[in-house]
Design a protein around this ligand. Structure first.
Ligand SMILES: [Fe+2]
Ligand SMILES: [Fe+2]
Length: 186
């Protein structure tokens, strides 16, 4: 009874395979979402939609900065803005795909986008201000994605791995922006 969850080294597979086979035939309309999906699906979908909104806002902000970058350092910095814009767009697509896989609907409604997003849309005047705002936005994404990773834990490893991969890229973005900021300020 109490030992049901203690792994037996000779029998590491905890569930009865016959039972898994039986359950897999039920509710096949749910696709990838099986009966033993451990997370609260509604909450996960809300978090993923917030992350999706965050990525869209970041894409738009980087695009704005790309088109508005002027000054002596503009070319190199604008190239970096464009690269980040494209990567944020790719993240948005990855989140949307995962939402659909969990039988949810990606919320792409422009109405309320900024409320759903964790990061902000700040235009900034100078190149320095733009980079600084992008760095702030990356730091917001880093904190909130790390929190989502901790929430997901072992309950939804696929969503967790996706958020972890994207989190690692946001950390790279932040590092690149920090370096750029140092360069243009020196
Ligand atoms: Fe991103
Ligand atoms: Fe980013």
């Amino acid at each position: 009874m109490g030992t049901a969850l203690t792994p037996d080294p000779k029998k590491p597979f905890l569930s009865d395979i016959q039972e898994i086979r039986r359950r897999a035939r039920q509710h096949i309309e749910r696709g990838a979402v099986t009966d033993n999906y451990q997370a609260d699906r509604e909450t996960v979908l809300r978090l993923l939609n917030e992350a999706l909104a965050t990525e869209i806002v970041c894409t738009l902000r980087y695009k704005r900065h790309y088109y508005m970058a002027t000054g002596i350092h503009a070319q190199a910095v604008a190239a970096e803005f464009l690269e980040h814009a494209n990567e944020e767009q790719a993240h948005a697509d990855q989140f949307a795909e995962r939402i659909v896989q969990l039988n949810g609907e990606p919320n792409l409604n422009p109405d309320g986008l900024l409320t759903r997003s964790h990061s902000e849309y700040v235009e900034g005047q100078s190149l320095g201000e733009m980079i600084r705002e992008d760095l702030v936005a990356e730091r917001i994404a880093i904190e909130s994605y790390a929190e989502i990773v901790r929430y997901l834990g072992e309950r939804d490893p696929t969503s967790r791995r996706l958020v972890e991969e994207i989190l690692a890229q946001e950390e790279e973005h932040a590092e690149e922006l920090q370096m750029l900021l140092g360069q243009i300020e020196s």
